[in-house]
Ligand binder design. Structure first.
Ligand SMILES: Cc1ncc(COP(=O)(O)O)c(C=O)c1O
Length: 351
């Protein structure tokens, strides 16, 4: 299907020219395979500098692979991983975490606008039955920043959740498929959002934000990294020609491309949310904090937008998700808003 403007997902976007150029550059000559190349070393260096911490980097093909492998180092097979009711690892990864952990259980915690509620986490852990062999054992906490509802945890909210987790010796994973969007919106340092709070392992998203096809598992702990070496290989996630994955990471970090792409996507998300919220028959379901916009819309408006070639994600019962990307233009966003407005005006005239 061709769209005049496609806001179905940030993954409809292409590849940042800087990353394309880096791929062309990496394509010269030969390089050692499986991560023994210079680009892989540079990627590790670049991310260690970005995070102000020694990190161990495992490039993988998708965000799902990053999450499933990252969660697999949190827990034994009889463990519990606490996550929000909207967590991508639970609702959209077909049991990959359960498979890669060897059967650990994702325990869902009451959440509000995508964010885990601290009291609910605390009481669930308290009732978990630690030491009782008939119960899964508290092992991990997975937090998505920015959340699957396009919202953000504040640093204080994250700190509180992570402190609760650490008191019960949980290991902490952050699903950062849109980590760049979160950093851009909160205007904080990557370190402040991760290891300084106690995050042990991060799924660092690149693909949605300008890469061709690589996300990175970033380990802040050497013991987890040691284990990850084997798990990544076993999962078939060690790129044979690793230089191309690593070159994308290097280019993504270089000159702050990751951040400027996310700033642009967020700005376009804001523009979209503000414009659509002013259309009669359209209501924001969530505040717009990054590049994702969640809305309720009257069905004829959704249908007319689709007819006008606007790609959007239906979420059932008049709910939709629209996502701006690093490559979205003001003209595209305004076209989508105009299509909604035209549909609403038509509906009003017909009534
Ligand atoms: C929050 C979150 N985590 C993980 C993923 C998984 O990424 P992928 O589709 O590359 O597997 C997505 C993708 O939509 C996501 O939104």
């Amino acid at each position: 299907m061709t769209h005049s403007v496609n806001l179905y997902s940030d993954n409809v976007s292409g590849v940042s020219p800087e990353i394309m150029a880096a791929l062309a550059e990496a394509n010269r000559g030969q390089a050692q395979p499986y991560g023994a190349d210079d680009f892989s070393q540079k990627a590790r260096q670049a991310l260690s500098e970005l995070f102000e911490h020694e990190v161990w980097v495992f490039p993988v093909s998708t965000g799902t692979a990053a999450n499933a492998l990252a969660t697999s180092v949190l827990t034994p097979p009889y463990g519990a991983i606490y996550a929000s009711q909207t967590a991508h690892i639970d609702v959209a990864e077909c049991g990959a975490t359960e498979l890669f952990t060897g059967g650990a259980k994702i325990v869902l915690i009451a959440s509000e606008r995508g964010r885990i509620e601290a009291d609910a986490l605390e009481s669930t852990i308290a009732k978990a039955g630690k030491g009782i062999p008939s119960r899964v054992q508290p092992a991990g906490l997975s937090l998505t920043q920015a959340t699957e509802r396009g919202t953000l945890y504040s640093l204080d909210q994250l700190r509180r959740l992570i402190d609760i987790g650490k008191r019960s010796a949980l290991k902490i994973h952050m699903d950062g498929a849109r980590f760049a969007n979160a950093v851009a919106a909160l205007k904080v340092k990557p370190a402040d959002l991760t290891w300084r709070l106690g995050v042990d392992v991060l799924s660092f998203g690149l693909t949605k934000n300008g890469a061709m096809g690589v996300d990175a598992i970033v380990c802040f702990r050497q013991d987890m990294a040691e284990e990850m070496r084997y798990r990544q290989r076993r999962a078939g996630q060690v790129y044979s020609k690793m230089r191309y994955a690593a070159a994308q990471i290097v280019a993504y970090v270089k000159d702050g491309l990751w951040l400027s792409n996310a700033e642009r996507a967020n700005a376009m998300g804001r523009r979209l949310g503000e414009g659509l919220a002013r259309v009669p028959g359209v209501k924001l379901d969530e505040p717009v904090e990054i590049n994702q916009v969640f809305l309720s819309m009257e069905e004829p408006i959704i249908a007319d937008m689709e007819k006008a070639g606007i790609g959007l994600g239906r979420r059932g019962d008049g709910h939709v998700r629209l996502v701006a990307a690093w490559s979205s233009t003001e003209a595209e966003i305004d076209t989508a808003i105009a299509a909604a407005r035209a549909a609403a005006t038509k509906g009003k005239a017909a009534a």
